[in-house]
Design a protein around this ligand. Structure first.
Ligand code: ATP
Ligand code: MG
Length: 595
């Protein structure tokens, strides 16, 4: 059941809400998670506000990235939350996409474009509500003058080091700046000269006049404007003063009429300043309320944009969209579906507790989604030839196989079979371990969807490497049948007809780091790049694939039976020349390590 708000005749303009507390699933379930909104504490606050008729029953949220890098899986959590809440309150709601572009030295148009692409790809739509904090620069300036005129802001000549010395600590109060008592007229004049470019970078700042003895250091006369002679990706050289994030963010929210400003926990200590600003500036369309939730932390990767940028700049990966990156563009190229990422975000939930989520949970989300939706194919990654000696040399037959046992509508296809097939090298053991059910001399194994074969001869080269297996097949076991009275053959092994196989490169991606917490492994002085997994990418140049795979479209996904899920790389696949990326293995190979 959907959590839905419906308009009614309530004179207060509020809406009835069917409280989803009574409809949520009791435990997390990946199969229903994508469809069933759960009532987390933020959704509960929003639902209660709507119920109480606050903001005329409207819900306006925003996703406010700084365009200084590509979005990652942590951002997806914030996107799903902000856009998700707006969706659940349709039509009395909207979610804005706003670029918090107040730091010209780190921001680029490339990042703006990639962020828009990623949000759309995840399945969300900001409609006409696309905004840039830089569009409010003029307004921010006027608000700053308003604060000066109210005696609530002053121009300070302390340099960064002196300011730090005046700031105090968590246990000691700060000291007033010697410039704190400048008169209003002098402050106005100085601020306008800052804006006119009369001073050098760092020569002075505009600070809010709050309280240097406040227990919260963010309230100790925080800087709200700094001088920076730098070109901005949108405003060019128009400005040489730029607002600080803590000043621009609440004001952008208020200008846009945001009702619920949802951010991550590290901003909890900034909330008093957020409130101070929206309460002391006149003429703001709304008084938004900030709420904080815990960020998504994922093991086996890094998520700080600074570190992701290093991985790209130092060529540890092929780019922001390298399939091993936790970026949305990396996950997309790797083969993750938007639905799987949304299901994952829903599954991890929204709380105030800092927790670490296991990468296996994300991988499982894509596995579950692809299991339901993609077709099966046969592919042999490390081929070993098997010759069926009692099968006529000139014969080819076609075997009808189902495309997806989870989805009958996916239909069937025909697979060619002839005397020589490829099997996986590791499906043969010269000296089999205990309970081995696959190929070894004298053992009987089923070729999936075909018949049973018994290995009669093992051919080796001069170095002792196995280069070919000889076997004979049993006609009575065709089409997966096991005649009455015959011992059941337990193992079925996938194969590809040698004469019909197509060759293609397959990139076997694995986790980017070889430790579960690269930051902790590096410690304070170490370097997290020392823990990059040296086998995070293995390229198989010449995998043998069933014929139909030659026509794979860029971005098309498959399950390679018994091996895992794969996608035809969206960039490198050419007509008739697919290149495959491994999305994820069939099972969580790391799960064992955890025990
Ligand atoms: P930085 O501010 O260090 O550049 P950031 O990751 O906070 O990096 P922003 O562009 O400011 O990047 O993030 C946009 C929004 O996404 C913010 O509201 C932020 O709280 C949220 N966000 C960022 N990382 C995560 C995360 N790991 N989990 C949940 N939300 C996140
Ligand atoms: Mg941030």
């Amino acid at each position: 059941m959907r959590h839905c708000a419906t308009a009614d005749n309530n004179p207060l303009g509020a809406f009835h809400i069917r409280h989803p507390r009574y409809t949520q699933p009791s435990a997390f379930d990946m199969t229903t998670a994508a469809e069933t909104p759960r009532l987390d504490f933020i959704r509960e606050i929003v639902a209660n506000d709507v119920l109480a008729g606050k903001n005329g029953g409207m819900v306006v949220t925003r996703f406010p990235p700084e365009p200084n890098g590509y979005l990652h899986i942590g951002h997806a959590k914030s996107i799903c939350l902000n856009f998700g809440i707006a969706q659940e309150h349709t039509p009395h709601s909207r979610c804005h996409l706003r670029f918090d572009d107040t730091n010209p030295t780190k921001e680029e148009t490339e990042y703006v474009d990639s962020i828009m692409e990623d949000v759309k790809w995840l399945g969300f739509d900001w409609g006409t509500h696309l905004f840039y904090a830089s569009d409010y620069f003029e307004k921010f300036c006027n608000f700053a003058e308003q604060l000066i005129n109210k005696g609530l802001a002053f121009v300070c000549d302390l340099n960064a080091e002196q300011m730090r010395a005046h700031r105090g600590t968590l246990t000691e109060p700060g000291r007033n700046s010697p410039f704190r008592e400048r008169g209003i007229a002098e402050n106005l004049d100085l601020f306008r000269r800052m804006k006119a470019g009369e001073f050098k970078d760092g020569e002075c700042t505009l600070r809010a006049k709050i309280d240097m003895t406040h227990t919260n250091v963010n309230m100790r006369d925080p800087v709200i404007y700094r001088i920076l002679h730098a070109d901005h990706h949108r405003t060019g050289s128009t400005w040489c003063i730029y607002p600080m994030y803590d000043y621009a963010h609440p004001l952008s929210d208020a200008i846009e009429g945001i009702t619920h400003s949802i951010c991550t926990l590290e901003f909890e200590d900034h909330r008093p300043l957020y409130d101070w600003l929206v309460n002391h500036i006149d003429g703001l369309p709304s008084r938004p309320i900030q709420r904080e939730f815990s960020r998504l932390n994922l093991n086996w990767t890094v998520m700080s944009k600074r570190k992701l940028l290093r991985l790209v700049k130092e060529n540890h990966v092929s780019g922001w969209d390298d399939p091993r990156m936790p970026t949305l563009s990396g996950l997309r190229r790797r083969g993750y579906t938007p639905a799987s990422i949304r299901a994952f975000c829903k599954g991890v939930g929204v709380t105030k507790f800092n927790a670490q989520t296991d990468m296996g949970v994300l991988e499982n989300a894509v596995r579950e989604d692809l299991n339901k939706t993609v077709e099966r194919r046969m592919a042999v990654l490390r081929p070993l030839k098997l010759v069926i000696e009692n099968y006529p040399e000139d014969r080819t037959e076609e075997i009808e196989v189902v495309n997806n046992p989870e989805n009958p509508a996916a239909g069937t296809r025909k697979l060619p079979l002839c005397r020589e097939v490829f099997i996986e090298r590791n499906d043969f053991a010269d000296v089999p371990p205990k309970d081995w059910r696959r190929f070894t001399l004298g053992a009987e194994v089923r070729l999936t969807n075909a018949f049973c074969v018994i290995c009669t001869d093992v051919i080796k080269d001069a170095t002792g490497t196995v280069i070919e297996l000889r076997c004979s097949y049993d006609e009575t076991t065709r089409h997966g049948k096991n005649p009455e009275g015959r011992a059941k053959v337990k193992a079925a092994v996938h194969w590809v007809s040698a004469r019909h196989a197509v060759s293609a490169p397959v990139r076997m991606y694995d986790r980017l780091f070889s430790v579960d917490n690269p930051d902790a492994a590096a410690g304070d002085d170490g370097d997290f790049t020392n823990f990059i997994n040296p086998t995070s990418l293995e390229i198989i140049e010449d995998a043998k694939l069933e014929t139909s795979l030659v026509g794979a479209d860029p971005g098309q996904r498959f399950q390679f039976i018994r091996i895992g899920y794969f996608i035809a790389d969206a960039m490198d696949t050419q007509p008739g020349k697919p290149v495959f990326n491994r999305v994820v293995t069939m099972k969580d190979g790391y799960a064992k390590q955890k025990q």
